[in-house]
Design a protein around this ligand. Sequence first.
Ligand SMILES: Cc1cc2nc3c(=O)[nH]c(=O)nc-3n(C[C@H](O)[C@H](O)[C@H](O)COP(=O)(O)O)c2cc1C
Length: 240
Amino acid sequence: MSCCAVCGSMKATPTIECLNKDTTTMRITCLRLPMCLVLSLVCVSAARAADDEPLPAAATTGGRPLMEVLRDRKSTREYTSAPVSREQLANLLWAGFGVNRPATGQRTAPCTMNLRTIDIYVAATDGVYRYDADGHRLVVISRQDVRVLTGGQDYVKTAPLALLYVADQAKLEKVAEHERAFYSAADAALIAENVYLYCASAGLGCVIHMPGDRAALATALGLRSEQRVVLAHTVGHPAP
Ligand SMILES: Cc1cc2nc3c(=O)[nH]c(=O)nc-3n(C[C@H](O)[C@H](O)[C@H](O)COP(=O)(O)O)c2cc1C
């Protein structure tokens, strides 16, 4: 809702009545305009908060021994449609590229020049989210199920989740342009291996693959031109 800049009433443009108000009214209305601005900011903040979904704290102790997990790591291409629990999703994302050193904000996977170029997007049955690692929460991107766009094989339709590793190449300005794709691919692959290991540890299945239709995904995710979907990573419960 906009305010008249002259009298502060709830109309978009001033009229002659606005200019006829006495000085007392004008003083009151001087206060109205900033109040409108404050109210608008409160409304915007509330809308943003409504678009964030907190995640349970990641379980950062325990789990299966590393050597056993490496023994079990593999790609899975047949899934049930059973959902991945919120706790497992929180652990999966933290394992992939969560903050493991809060004092510096550094992550569970190494990354080019510590630039944290990759964002993990989550394509789920009920929408698309971006993992905000610093806040360990999901930011709602859309309420569309775009899993079918994430790859060309049938498993993308059955598995409940696809992670999308999106590189913001604007952050790689110090890297020669022809090298940026290599750095982005390396950053994404290191995250992917963490996700593979978490899945093996938790009894989940996953498979890394090229994204299906990068252009359609970029539109569905609302990406800027410098952002590229590098890899997709399907995750779910293995079919028996
Ligand atoms: C960059 C990359 C792209 C891949 N693309 C696909 C793919 O499009 N579809 C698929 O089913 N698997 C894909 N994979 C998974 C590999 O096929 C799989 O890792 C390989 O066959 C070895 O099997 P394992 O992961 O079970 O050891 C890809 C793996 C990598 C690293």
